[in-house]
Design a protein around this ligand. Structure first.
Ligand SMILES: [Zn+2]
Length: 198
């Protein structure tokens, strides 16, 4: 029926979540609004969660943890870990590993969400068709020493194999010590129909 979709590489958990939430958003939500309406508390809660989860990713996962742009009080770190999880973007360790890999290999095959593989792949496909085997997580040694982040990763459904990670290595993917292991290279299989010719 859909011969161009690589079904053998589908990450069903992530795909079901992304497609399921979209489906509910265009069916269940309008029905709920039609039958029950909406009040100011729900509207306020929506914008509060939008801000809390959004800033936890952009300010926390991205700038604070992935790029080490600044240091923050433990309350800020705790807030970003809790509400970042609420954004359903996996743990800080996994997110940062992928983001540091993205910056190091931007627009090349080892970029987890390489834009040269197409708009759909760079935004959703890379999550829906997760390739195996999992990478070595060798550019987040600093984050794996943080008890708060280890705690969050332990309870995250999409957690990284943090216990299998080497404890030495680089802090940032751009440093000379960082390396991409052979196991990670195996993960970067071209996605056929979802890649555009280069
Ligand atoms: Zn970045």
């Amino acid at each position: 029926m859909f011969p161009q979709i690589p079904f053998l590489r589908v990450n069903w958990l992530v795909s079901s979540f992304l497609i399921g939430t979209l489906f509910l958003s265009v069916t269940a939500v309008p029905l709920y609004l039609w039958f029950f309406g909406i009040d100011w508390f729900q509207i306020a809660l929506f914008f509060a969660m939008l801000a809390a989860c959004g800033f936890s990713i952009t300010l926390g996962y991205h700038r604070l943890f992935s790029h080490l742009t600044f240091q923050a009080h433990w309350i800020v770190r705790f807030f970003t870990v809790i509400f970042g999880a609420g954004a359903f973007e996996n743990s800080v360790v996994l997110w940062s590993f992928e983001h540091r890999s993205h910056h190091k290999h931007v627009d090349h095959d080892d970029d987890p969400y390489c834009i040269t593989k197409g708009l759909f792949y760079a935004h959703m496909g890379w999550l829906m068709f997760k390739l195996k085997p999992l990478p070595a997580f060798d550019n987040v040694a600093d984050l794996k020493k943080d008890p708060l982040l280890v705690w969050q990763d332990r309870y995250d459904i999409g957690k990284s194999p943090i216990s299998d990670c080497p404890t030495s290595g680089s802090d940032m993917s751009g440093s000379p010590q960082s390396r991409i292991t052979p196991s990670f290279r195996k993960r970067t299989i071209p996605l056929g129909a979802f890649t555009r010719p280069r």
